[in-house]
Design a protein around this ligand. Structure first.
Ligand code: HEC
Ligand code: HEC
Length: 299
């Protein structure tokens, strides 16, 4: 008996397919026999399963784009929701180091190499995201945005001072307890004459030992005592209580050129820094304090 599938047993007429005898293929044509063999069963199974799976996915998950968003699917699943869930789970099961960091003071964390590395890893990322836009990627600052890597602090470089600055911001309208202190616009508000301001520029430059007109500086000494010393100190050394910069160190927030100093005195400046107390968690702020101090300017 010949049981090769494609060679029909001689008992069957030539137009009957031995694998699907109930169906009749066309007759042979030009000596070639067209058969009507069913596809392997497994193909049919895969085909039907995929069709059912496609329908299931459309019903169960976000699938069909709508004008805004898409259909939600019966499970209300979303990549954002699963991210939130993962974050909540991570917070509910803090790792040892998270617990230790939360329990340590900032000073203790700074003294413990493991905790410090942990704080810096997260703190640098948070700095890049929240601070680098103004203070520069490495905290180096630009005109109007203070350098955080030097020891020249407006509001103080101690742990408490930096933490407070981050929490409440500076002159930030959205924060009731923001650090505020406003240098008057001495020219604009007609407190001083133009000539007095021009003399004061020379006086301010003399404080840092920069080239200056000595006669003008001498004329301005009294004006400085009367109008400026209350905030900047009698000798111009600054006062962190009111965020008044040290004018004797040749480090300039707004520039030490005659023009820049003139503009500062005439218009005043009033730099603004946002408050982060409500935007970032306490622990993130603590990590940022450690990061800022690690820039090298910490007291
Ligand atoms: C929108 C710009 C802006 C952003 C964002 C910003 N800052 Fe500031 N920051 C400033 C300005 C402006 C000042 C100075 C304000 C002043 O004139 O006293 C300042 C001051 C500071 C000071 C005080 C410096 C000193 O000498 O006492 C610290 C510390 C500081 N920023 C850290 C940060 C950190 C950390 C972040 C991120 C969490 C941040 N800043 C985000 C603009 C910004
Ligand atoms: C009420 C306090 C106050 C008084 C009074 C005051 N200043 Fe200021 N001064 C500040 C503060 C605060 C800043 C810096 C912060 C800012 O405005 O962003 C500043 C900044 C400056 C700067 C810029 C320093 C830099 O690093 O770029 C100069 C220069 C200056 N003051 C000079 C003067 C002179 C001169 C007078 C007197 C005519 C004066 N200030 C009076 C508070 C004061």
């Amino acid at each position: 008996m010949n049981d090769t599938p494609h060679a029909p047993p001689p008992s069957l007429p030539p137009n009957i397919d031995p694998l699907a005898p109930e169906r009749h293929g066309p007759l042979s044509f030009d000596g070639i026999r067209e058969l009507d063999t069913n596809p392997p069963r497994i193909w049919t199974v895969i085909y039907i399963t995929s069709a059912l799976a496609a329908i299931w996915l459309v019903v169960a998950y976000p699938a069909i784009p709508m004008l805004s968003g898409s259909t939600h699917g019966v499970f209300e699943w979303g990549s954002r929701a699963s991210l939130t869930a993962a974050a909540q789970k991570a917070e509910a099961n803090p790792t040892d180091i998270q617990v230790r960091f939360a329990q340590a003071s900032i000073e203790q964390a700074e003294a413990d190499p493991l905790l410090k590395d942990y704080a810096l890893a997260a703190g640098r990322a948070a700095f890049g995201e929240n601070c680098a836009g103004c203070h520069g990627r490495k905290g180096q600052g630009v005109v109007g945005f203070p350098n955080l890597t030097d020891k020249d602090w407006l509001w103080g470089g101690s742990v408490e001072a930096i933490q407070h600055t981050l929490q409440v911001g500076v002159r930030w309208p959205g924060s009731d307890d923001a650090r505020v202190s406003q240098m008057p616009a001495f020219g604009e508000q007609h407190v001083l004459e133009r000539a007095q301001v021009i003399d004061l520029v020379e006086y301010v430059r003399s404080l840092s030992g920069m080239p200056h007109d000595a006669a003008a500086a001498t004329r301005a000494a009294g004006t400085f005592t009367d109008n400026c010393a209350a905030c900047h100190g009698e000798g111009g050394g600054g006062n962190q209580e009111v965020g008044a910069p040290n004018l004797t160190d040749d480090i300039w927030l707004y520039g030490g050129s005659r023009e820049a100093i003139y503009n500062t005195i005439w218009h005043s400046r009033g730099g603004v820094m946002p408050a982060f107390g409500k935007r970032l968690s306490d622990d993130t702020i603590r990590k940022l304090v450690i990061t800022v101090r690690a820039f090298g300017g910490g007291e």
